[in-house]
Structure formats: structure tokens, C-alpha cells
Write a protein that binds this ligand. Structure first.
Ligand code: PEP
Length: 256
């Protein structure tokens, strides 16, 4: 990673975690109270049931707390949904939108994801917009085409480097223990950067691009060293404070 973009290490707990897991959140919050956090952003997205308590637990920590999804509207008759405003009201600062599990389980379209990102901006949240190809699309040689389509339709016109993070998450790598080769990661991230540059010009240089998909303490060092990888979005390995903090520690060498 040769850029001046500030790296972002993000954890996504998905539908995992109860009050019994608050000690892990606290341990992560305490564990990132080091000088390394002057050079690196760290974000944890627990389930929304823990959001408010998590922000309170970590209010003296550089750890940012976010949510995993939001509704595209600010309020209204949408039973079971959470608005971006509500996330901000709980002192959340980020929201993941378009995770492949939302695309798959809830049939979320690129248009809907764009509307959710716009709702995030309206509530002053940073949108972490996920894109990535399925196994079948990769096998068919369609990866870059899919990324281009998803970027075009799910990233809002008014996206900025401050408001937007893009997470490249090959669907087949999520939770499977499989990761693309470093060359494939580099190809995808270079392509995302140049596609964003065609649309957003200079602004695209500041947009952070995360890699996600079976990142763990064993492979973090090599993944974060890939050009145009500005951080990681971590699922399973963010659930245990020790694992997530080991990945945080991997930045020690890179940013020394
Ligand atoms: C994710 O949930 O975004 C993810 C990348 O999961 P995992 O790290 O478990 O593959």
C-alpha cells in the first residue's frame, strides 16, 4: 500500500453477538488505544442490538462503531428496519450497505443499495459499499464486468472520499476460508480505482478500498501490503478480540 490514504480496518459481526460479547467489544476498544491508531482507522459493526451499548463502552477509544445495514428512508412505516438517522442517534459513524449477504438474503439491488448509501450520507454516516463477484461470475471471466456494473449503479453520484468506502468482497471468499491470489486482489482493486477515477476524477484517489473475504491474522500482512488495498473488511476473524487485534497489529510493520 503506497498511498497516503488512511487505512481502515473494519469488522462485521453479522448476526452474531449478545450482551455476553460486550467484553470482546470492550477489549477491542481498549486494544486500539495505542499510537498506531494515529495512523489507522478501526471500525467495528456489531449487530444493531448492541450498537448503543457498544458506542457507550468505547466512547474513550479511537474505535468507531457502525451498523451493518440501514433503510433507504429516514423514518416511517417500515417494520423491523433501522434508519441511518437511528444509527447516528446511537453514535454510530458508519454503515455497511450492499453486503453480499443482504444482496442474497433480501434480494437487494444496486439501485436500492445506492439509495441506502444516499440515506447514510444524509445522516452524516460513512457508507461502506460492498461489491464483489460470485464464484460462477469469476469462473465465467466476468469479474471486472460485474464490479463495473455494481460500482456504476450502487455508488451515488455525490460520493466523496470522506463519505464513501468501497469494500471488494468476492462472494465465494466470504466465510469460506478461500481467498483470491494477491494478483487477483491487486487486479480487482486497480480496476475499482480506475473505474472510480473515470467517474469521480481526482476525488477517486482518496476513496478507500477495502478487501474482504476470509481475511484473518495469518493473511492480513500480505493482503494489506497490496497496492490499492486500503484496509480490510473482516467477518469471522473480528469476533474474537485477540484475532482482530492481531490484524490491527499487522499494521504496525506496514505503517512504521
Ligand atoms: C464479511 O462478512 O464481510 C466477511 C468478509 O466475512 P469473512 O471475513 O468471515 O469471510
Amino acid at each position: 500500500m503506497t498511498s497516503k490514504r488512511r487505512p481502515l480496518l473494519a469488522g462485521n459481526w453479522k448476526m452474531n453477538g449478545t450482551r455476553a460479547s460486550l467484553d470482546q467489544i470492550k477489549a477491542i476498544g481498549d486494544g486500539v488505544k495505542t499510537s498506531l491508531s494515529e495512523k489507522l482507522d478501526v471500525l467495528l459493526c456489531p449487530p444493531v442490538s448492541l450498537l448503543y451499548v457498544a458506542t457507550a463502552l468505547c466512547d474513550d477509544s479511537p474505535l468507531a462503531i457502525g451498523a451493518q445495514d440501514c433503510h433507504q428512508k429516514a423514518s416511517g412505516a417500515h417494520t423491523g428496519d433501522i434508519s441511518a438517522e437511528m444509527i447516528a442517534d446511537c453514535f454510530g459513524t458508519h454503515v455497511i450497505v450492499g453486503h453480499s449477504e443482504r444482496r442474497r438474503d433480501h434480494d437487494e439491488s444496486d439501485d436500492l443499495i445506492r439509495a441506502k448509501a444516499e440515506a447514510a450520507y444524509a445522516a452524516d454516516l460513512i457508507a461502506v459499499i460492498c461489491i464483489g463477484e460470485t464464484e460462477a461470475e469469476r469462473k465465467a471471466g466476468e469479474t471486472l464486468e460485474v464490479l463495473k456494473r455494481q460500482l456504476g449503479a450502487s455508488v451515488p453520484e455525490n460520493a466523496t472520499a470522506k463519505s464513501t468506502v468501497i469494500a471488494y468482497e468476492p462472494v465465494w471468499a466470504i466465510g469460506t476460508g478461500l481467498t483470491p491470489t494477491l494478483a487477483d486482489v491487486a487486479e480487482a482493486h486497480d480496476f475499482i480505482r480506475s473505474t472510480l477515477a473515470e467517474r469521480f476524477g481526482e476525488e477517486a484517489k482518496g476513496i478507500r478500498l477495502l478487501y474482504g473475504g476470509s481475511a484473518n491474522p495469518g493473511n492480513a500482512r500480505v493482503l494489506i501490503a497490496v497496492d490499492n488495498v486500503d484496509g480490510l473488511l473482516v467477518g469471522g476473524a473480528s469476533l474474537k478480540a485477540a484475532d482482530f487485534l492481531a490484524m490491527y497489529g499487522a499494521y504496525g510493520e506496514l505503517l512504521a
